[in-house]
Design a binder for this molecule. Structure first.
Ligand SMILES: [Ca+2]
Length: 197
């Protein structure tokens, strides 16, 4: 009997830079895990789950926004492998302020800034997945802060050889004051593709 453990998980990361005054851009990277298992003279090639479109792809967002303004990004997520999978999303961010402007006297933290960024669109395959994110403060709106702290958010299925679009829009909270000027965050969206059970 063969006891074969295969790594069938792929990760695609993309970055969204949101500067509240400065324009920003993030670059995406992709890591591909493939495995080959060998057992007593038999070579078994693992099926693959590969997130596309490619290692050189980038996810660009113009982050020059003010309260009530938005930035959007979209990406086509492909499963170029041979196994059906499920896609989930995790988000992280770091502070990324406009260092070229000296009027940034308040210097809000990344978390404070992320709480002012509402995730007004989060769709996968044309369907909103905002309901999969934990609205931890119960205000009926999902912030970038809450998206990060929701951990791994399920997006949906992705069959072998297929692709689905992902869209995100971040809108600066209307109540965000001038103290957020020149603050910003650089958010990384990481997609996980795991074999469907
Ligand atoms: Ca909320």
């Amino acid at each position: 009997m063969l006891d074969v453990k295969l790594s069938r998980r792929s990760v695609l990361a993309l970055a969204v830079a949101v500067g509240l005054v400065a324009a920003g851009a993030g670059a995406g990277t992709m890591e591909l895990f493939s495995s080959t298992a060998t057992s007593t003279g038999n070579t078994i090639q693992a099926g693959t789950l590969t997130l596309g479109p490619g290692i050189s792809d980038s996810f660009l967002v113009n982050g020059n926004i003010a309260p009530t303004q938005s930035v959007s990004g979209s990406e086509n997520i492909s499963n170029t492998g041979s196994l059906n999978g499920n896609v989930s999303l995790s988000v992280s961010y770091v502070q990324s302020d406009n260092q070229y402007n000296t009027s940034n006297t308040h210097n809000m933290t990344a978390a404070q800034t992320a709480k002012q960024l509402d995730v007004t669109t989060l769709t996968y395959g044309g369907t909103s997945v905002l309901g999969n994110v934990n609205d931890s403060n119960g205000d009926g709106t999902i912030s970038l802060y809450e998206l990060k702290h929701s951990g791994n958010v399920q997006l949906g299925s992705l069959s072998a050889g297929s692709s689905k679009p992902f869209n995100v829009t971040l809108t600066m909270n209307q109540s965000a004051g001038n103290k957020y000027q020149n603050d910003g965050v650089n958010a990384t969206f990481t997609f996980h593709l795991e074999q469907a059970s």
